[in-house]
Design a protein around this ligand. Structure first.
Ligand code: MV4
Length: 450
């Protein structure tokens, strides 16, 4: 096992990784920007080094500086967390070249899944269902119109370098195609430096259901059930739960097996997530693969009893998974909400000093925290200050528990989205399981999902 790990991240995920390292007796190295000197992830680590100015491009994204610190501190591996450099193939490659283990898949696999066209093509080859559409770059608007008329409107025009809702446009008919294609291509070129575009038929009113997988470097891959993350606002997840109310056991195993097939076909290693769109007729289609640990990994931990960070470290250190598919259990129901420093009415970030931070403790309540009493929320980073995770014996108990816990949350000095979370959780449509990606648009007047 590793002796010392550098965590190339900040906030709650850095704290989360450090916690598991401590439990395994692994020393930890944190990095921090000038405004993060007093941050929890700095205090928790055995060693901490400044990486630069507040902006992420001057600090947490500085590959050379981070590798220098890893060498200086003699770290044998780097955990990238999520966001930041976690899906940066160049960073993974630079770690490989420096002889420092990148805790994640190979640089080649990150690059391949980062190209949404290549990802779609790979999955199609592996026999994983994809949305009817095109799996190569469209040459021009004319070719796009031809493909669209074959597939049937409306179609979703997507940038290969996009993902997570960026660089995506619905086209309703042929007369819109030329302008849509050229506009979207230009934006993708400017934004990503890659204008490659593909298209898919629009899946109407879908659910977002993703499968967590673990793959070791000895050919063993398992799925750890699903997470339903359909309730999103502007492609930001608001509530995540496991299991999904929408899946029966047959569909659950079909999706799990498809996810394992997807991972194995590309030689995937470490923890990963296969995202699927699920339509009202229970058809499921590959959407994207996330080649990192995700924010919502906690709910999978709650229902399986596994420590996913520990599994990531064991895999990266070359160990075999010490369990097989039939050993993976599922117990109870878990829900996570993301607590943001933002105005619940305008959704604008609400930076400032947290003058009071008091959170409820109790059966089935877990917190992953980026802040504490007196913390400063700056405008430089993602405004997520905490994740609240609850577990119940069933979904009703989990919903009751999260409602109580949200009511007992006390945050002063900044605004938070807690009122919005309470409204979502208290909504009869949420209790009844009517959780599609249209939830926010349907029940929160004026708010749309684009
Ligand atoms: C789609 C789709 C419908 N049909 N693709 C949004 C995020 C990005 N990863 C892909 N997304 C979508 N792709 C086809 N062919 C609808 C969405 C979508 C969505 C997907 C998951 C969760 C929330 C969403 C909200 C709006 C649109």
């Amino acid at each position: 096992m590793f002796k010392k790990i550098l965590i190339a991240n900040r906030g709650e995920i850095a704290a989360r990784v450090i916690r598991t390292c401590k439990s395994l007796g692994i020393a930890t190295v944190s990095i921090y920007s000038k405004v993060d000197k007093e941050a929890p992830h700095v205090k928790m680590a055995d060693e901490a080094y400044e990486v630069g100015n507040p902006k992420v491009t001057d600090s947490y994204l500085k590959i050379d500086k981070i590798l220098d610190i890893a060498r200086l501190s003699k770290a044998d591996a780097i955990h990238p967390g999520y966001g930041l450099l976690s899906e940066n193939a160049e960073f993974a490659r630079r770690c490989e070249e420096a002889g420092i283990v990148f805790i994640g898949p190979s640089a080649d696999v990150i690059a391949r899944m980062g190209s949404k066209i290549e990802a779609r093509y790979s999955m199609e080859q592996a026999g994983v269902p994809v949305v009817p559409g095109i799996s190569c770059a469209l040459a021009d608007a004319e070719e796009a119109a031809q493909a669209a008329s074959r597939i049937g409107y409306p179609v979703m025009l997507k940038a290969s370098a996009g993902g997570g809702g960026i660089g995506m446009l619905i086209v309703y008919n042929e007369s819109e195609m030329k302008q849509a294609f050229e506009g979207n291509q230009k934006r993708a070129s400017n934004f990503f430096g890659d204008g490659a575009m593909y298209l898919e038929k629009v899946v109407e009113n879908p659910r977002h259901i993703e499968i967590q997988i673990l793959a070791d470097s000895h050919g063993n891959t398992v799925y750890l059930w699903e997470r339903e993350c359909s309730i999103q606002r502007r492609h930001q997840k608001v509530v995540e739960e496991a299991p999904s109310t929408f899946l029966d056991e047959l569909m659950r195993s079909k999706m799990g097996e498809a996810a394992v097939r997807a991972a194995q076909s590309i030689g995937y290693r470490n923890a990963g997530t296969i995202e699927f769109l699920v339509d009202g007729n229970k058809n499921f289609y590959f959407l994207e693969m996330n080649t990192r640990l995700q924010v919502e990994h906690t709910i999978t931990e709650e229902i399986t009893g596994l420590d996913l960070v520990a599994e990531q470290l064991r895999i990266a250190a070359g160990h075999s998974l010490n369990f097989g598919q039939s050993d993976v259990t599922r117990d109870g129901h878990a829900i996570e909400v993301r607590i943001y420093a933002e105005d619940p009415k305008t959704f604008f970030p609400s930076p400032g000093v947290i003058s009071k931070f008091a959170i409820p403790e109790g059966d089935g309540i877990r917190h992953e925290l980026a802040v504490h009493d007196g913390s400063m929320v700056t405008p430089f980073y993602d405004p997520m200050i905490a994740k609240l995770i609850v577990k119940g014996k069933d979904r009703d108990e989990a919903i009751d528990r999260i409602q109580e816990a949200l009511a007992d949350y006390q945050v002063e000095g900044i605004k938070t989205n807690i009122p919005m979370l309470q409204e979502v959780i208290a909504h009869p449509a949420f209790r009844s399981g009517d959780t599609t990606t249209s939830f926010v648009a349907k029940y929160f007047n004026g708010e749309d999902m684009t």
